[in-house]
Ligand binder design. Structure first.
Ligand code: TRP
Length: 334
């Protein structure tokens, strides 16, 4: 490295271990994270504290949190290049979250579309944690002074709120937080549900979703059942053919082909040929990831060493910010 090369920018992102990772998690997020790991200083988190904003089975949450780390690594995230850790292992997230909550308006949180959606879905359990979820997310980002936050379109509003909170705090106490920017991959495939191609593929919708750890025969079966239309022509047309367009995007992301190339390859062929071909492309894409994740999942000692090391490094960085913040708001030094 050159002596005075500019410092690498810092990236923070995370996924909730609230369900098994999906093809959408891979194509929409983790694949992109892998491409950033050489040029940026990245922290990739397993946000278990966010997961409990809706009720979780404790044994499942614990198993999925560790397996998610195995899957991050199997996708190509290198623990030597990135800080990978479990959110609840770094107490500074919760500590900063409390402070930031005192600089966030009730009205702002009420306007969050994800809160409104989840509150409607879990109408019998609308907790304070669900309401303040975006404050904890702001703490995740600000505690590391992250410059960039790779997220999907649906999380943009949360990153904007995070910026607003940071700006407000900086306005009162002087420069404290780096203002982060959402980093939305331009052509990062937004993978849609196989059952309802107008909504995003979600880990809580087992029918419309392919899990990263699904066996080849299950993947084949899910693609064969994917909702399409009845004109039997493989053409990208998001408006009128959302199902086929989604399958084309998946096929292109899996094979590296362009949409034109894919359309040409399937010209004159029906969906009976096209759907299994998409399934095959996904099976071959996921096969090495699944095999490596299975191998790593069995190696509990290795995974433990990775998340412990990650938490230690993360906590070192987070503590610097937290100390500054506590001092600014007027807490007595410990
Ligand atoms: N809210 C994000 C999601 O559901 C997960 C998340 C939590 C996150 N904290 C974060 C993403 C910080 C980016 C940065 O997808």
């Amino acid at each position: 490295m050159e002596a005075n090369a500019p410092a690498k920018k810092r990236i923070f992102s995370g996924i909730q271990p609230s369900g098994e990772l999906t093809l959408g998690s891979y194509m929409g997020a983790i694949k992109n994270w892998v491409s950033l790991q050489d040029e940026y200083n990245c922290l990739y988190c397993i946000v278990d504290m966010h997961a409990i904003t809706v009720r979780q089975n404790p044994a499942d949450l614990r198993r999925r949190s560790v397996n998610q780390l195995a899957q991050y690594i199997a996708c190509g995230l290198d623990p030597a290049k990135n800080i990978m850790f479990i959110q609840s292992h770094v107490p500074q997230h919760a500590e900063l979250s409390w402070v930031l909550g005192c600089y966030t308006q009730f009205g702002e949180l009420s306007r969050m579309t994800q809160f409104k959606d989840k509150a409607a879905k879990h109408a019998d359990n609308i907790t304070a944690g669900l309401f303040t979820y975006p404050v904890l997310m702001a703490a995740d980002i600000l505690v590391y002074q992250a410059d960039l936050v790779p997220v999907g379109q649906d999380q943009k509003q949360h990153v904007e709120l995070c910026r607003d909170i940071a700006q407000r705090f900086n306005g009162v106490y002087g420069d404290t937080f780096t203002l982060p920017e959402p980093f939305i991959p331009k052509m990062g495939a937004r993978v849609m549900s196989l059952g309802d191609p107008t909504s995003k593929m979600s880990k809580s919708d087992p029918d419309g979703c392919v899990y990263m750890m699904d066996k080849p025969e299950d993947i084949m079966c899910k693609f064969k059942r994917a909702v399409t239309d009845c004109d039997a022509c493989v053409k990208f047309d998001k408006e009128n053919k959302p199902g086929i367009s989604n399958l084309l995007s998946i096929y292109c992301a899996a094979t590296g082909k362009t949409v034109d190339e894919a359309e040409a390859a399937f010209a004159g062929q029906g969906y009976g040929i096209f759907k299994p071909a998409v399934a095959e492309s996904v099976i071959e894409l996921l096969r090495p990831i699944r095999e490596e994740a299975e191998r790593l999942t069995a190696d509990k000692a290795y995974l433990e060493s990775v998340y412990k090391d990650g938490a230690q490094k993360a906590s070192y960085l987070a503590e610097k910010t937290l100390r500054k913040v506590y001092k600014k708001v007027g807490f007595v030094a410990r």
